[in-house]
Design a protein around this ligand. Structure first.
Ligand code: KG4
Ligand code: ZN
Length: 335
């Protein structure tokens, strides 16, 4: 493989992140300035607030990434940046910073799909081997992606409504747990028991699609009915019941696809890949499928970060992808 040193930028939501990736796998630095504490006050990400904070922090994050990696701009091969999908005002801050940096240092720019980044975060742990399947579970996406080669993405199933992270965040808000809900429900679920009966939506359908809005509504109705009857909801047990429903459906469909497509690897990607219940279940189930290796990124590479964009960006760069100075943000974008 040609040697590469890529500076990558990710600002699609509420993390301003810049990384330096050597030869597509070595993370020399991965600086993430999180805005979680700011958005917590509002109970979710406020797009305009996110853009303003990206503007305030991005230059410093660039400097830190270069300093930690001990790299100067002259050493770099290219700049990779998240093109979409995401919050448009947030994306534009990273894209403009990346273009200005590339122009100043005469470097090529490569636009990267955010979900390609999540998928490629696994390559840091274990080199990708094809064919492979990725279970993408984030705040904005839930899909099963088949890859027969680098940068060859085939979505074989996806959510028909809410993404799984979105369902976590909405349920957490209804229960009054605040933002971000996923990790909070996960923590509670580990202390609870499955005592509430919740649906496993689409689990027995003969396809790889998902639906989480019905489950979310079932939880909201359950809370409402208990309130009307003046009964207390046990949050730990509700969290456990909700998590088990989610994990049952995700693992059932992922394992079914692993068997059908006879893949060498099953990757998990996106913020919900940090979920303890999902990780545990997949590890258990995949023991029975010894020819397919399960790869799950460490927690720091599950949620949004620039390292994953740098890894995907390296493969995009090597196959000849180049963006020019008209590169723009795309709120919606197919993989
Ligand atoms: O991939 P990500 O950082 O951002 C998007 O691209 O959407 O994913 C964020 C999502 C949020 O919905 C968050 O609640 C969820 O990932 N999440 C979790 C956990 N950690 C983060 N959901 C369930 N369990 C977790 N431990
Ligand atoms: Zn993401």
């Amino acid at each position: 493989m040609t040697s590469t040193l890529i500076l990558s930028v990710e600002t699609s939501c509420d993390e301003s992140s810049v990384a330096i990736i050597k030869n597509g796998r070595d993370v020399l630095s991965n600086i993430v300035a999180s805005q979680i504490d700011i958005h917590k006050e509002f109970g979710g990400v406020v797009p305009e607030v996110a853009s303003r904070h990206h503007v305030a922090s991005i230059t410093h994050v660039f400097e830190e990434a270069l300093r930690v990696a001990n790299v100067t701009p002259a050493d770099l091969t290219a700049v990779a940046v998240t093109e979409g999908p995401g919050l448009i005002g947030s994306l534009l801050v990273g894209i403009n910073a990346a273009k200005a940096f590339a122009l100043a240092h005469d470097l090529p720019v490569v636009g990267v799909h955010h979900i390609a980044g999540h998928i490629y975060s696994n390559h840091i742990v274990e080199p990708l081997q094809f064919p492979l399947l990725t279970l993408v579970v984030s705040g904005g996406h839930t899909e099963l992606v088949l890859m027969k080669d680098h940068y060859d993405f085939e979505v074989i199933g996806e959510t028909l409504d809410d993404a799984v992270g979105e369902a976590y965040d909405k349920v957490a808000r209804t229960v009054g747990l605040g933002y971000p809900g996923g990790p909070k429900i996960d923590r509670l679920a580990q202390e609870g028991k499955e005592t509430y009966d919740l649906p496993r939506v689409m689990i027995n359908q003969d396809n790889y699609n998902f639906s989480f809005s019905g489950l979310k509504s079932a939880v909201i109705n359950l809370i409402h009915n208990h309130k009307q009857r003046g009964e207390e909801i046990r949050n730990k047990d509700l969290a456990c019941s909700f998590q088990n429903s989610v994990v049952d459906v995700l693992s059932h469909k992922a394992i079914k696809a692993v068997k059908e497509y006879d893949v060498k690897q099953l990757l998990v990607a996106g913020g919900v890949a940090a979920n303890s219940g999902l990780r545990k279940r997949l590890i258990e189930e995949m023991e029975y499928i010894p020819n397919t290796k399960l790869v799950i990124p460490p927690l720091k590479y599950c949620t949004d970060n620039a390292a994953m964009i740098g890894v995907a960006g390296t493969f995009a760069f090597l196959r000849g992808d180049r963006s020019d100075m008209s590169l723009n943000g795309r709120a919606n974008m197919d993989l």
